[in-house]
Design a binder for this molecule. Sequence first.
Ligand SMILES: C[S@@+](CC[C@H](N)C(=O)[O-])C[C@H]1O[C@@H](n2cnc3c(N)ncnc32)[C@H](O)[C@@H]1O
Length: 207
Amino acid sequence: MSYVSDFMKLNCSSDVLDICHIDKSRMNKEISETMGLYKQVKNIVINKPYKDWIILDICSGAHCLNSVFISHMLNVKVYAIDIEPCKRDFSSVRNMEYIQFDIMKFFKFLDMIREKVGYDENVIIVSSHPCRELAHQIVNFHKTGLSEYMFIIPCCRGIIKNHIPQLVKDKLGRYLTWCYDLSLSRYGDLVRDKRIMSPCNVIVRSL
Ligand SMILES: C[S@@+](CC[C@H](N)C(=O)[O-])C[C@H]1O[C@@H](n2cnc3c(N)ncnc32)[C@H](O)[C@@H]1O
């Protein structure tokens, strides 16, 4: 069963699509990426339902699909964060707040989030397609202890920070080398989710 048909069967799917206005040509890709991240988050939230979770959807993009969708879970509050101003009205979305912020301002970002969430331990970072250095920046946030869990679907490759032998790089190819580099920066794990309808279908996740 595809992620798109799984999504369409959910009660919240038409609400989510109404609010997010996704381009039809990108719909399947976007929905499958969102479902891939959602599945990871759900595994954690369902196993610890007594907790109130805070999700940081970093580089959420204009339509905030991940954020809107995940905010339909009962015990989560989502902060959608992007450098661009908010172009849609998310006021009807329960448990979600949009924050316009440049995440390259590392310490300012940490201060801003700490002000919002305090030193809460129940923070999960999600990010789909943070380009290049943004991905390392997100891993660095996780490394500070800001979040308990982190899930990233990387896309465009940035500067490789860790030593990876050339032979391994050659075997992995460009995209997997980039994902592997991100995972090495935080003892992370790599999973390929073949139900994500994009060549960028690897999830870097914290262990
Ligand atoms: C490739 S898009 C991914 C959007 C969305 N997550 C998705 O999967 O469709 C990358 C996003 O990163 C945002 N971005 C770029 N530089 C940023 C920065 N310095 N701080 C925060 N967001 C940034 C862009 O505005 C854009 O929305």
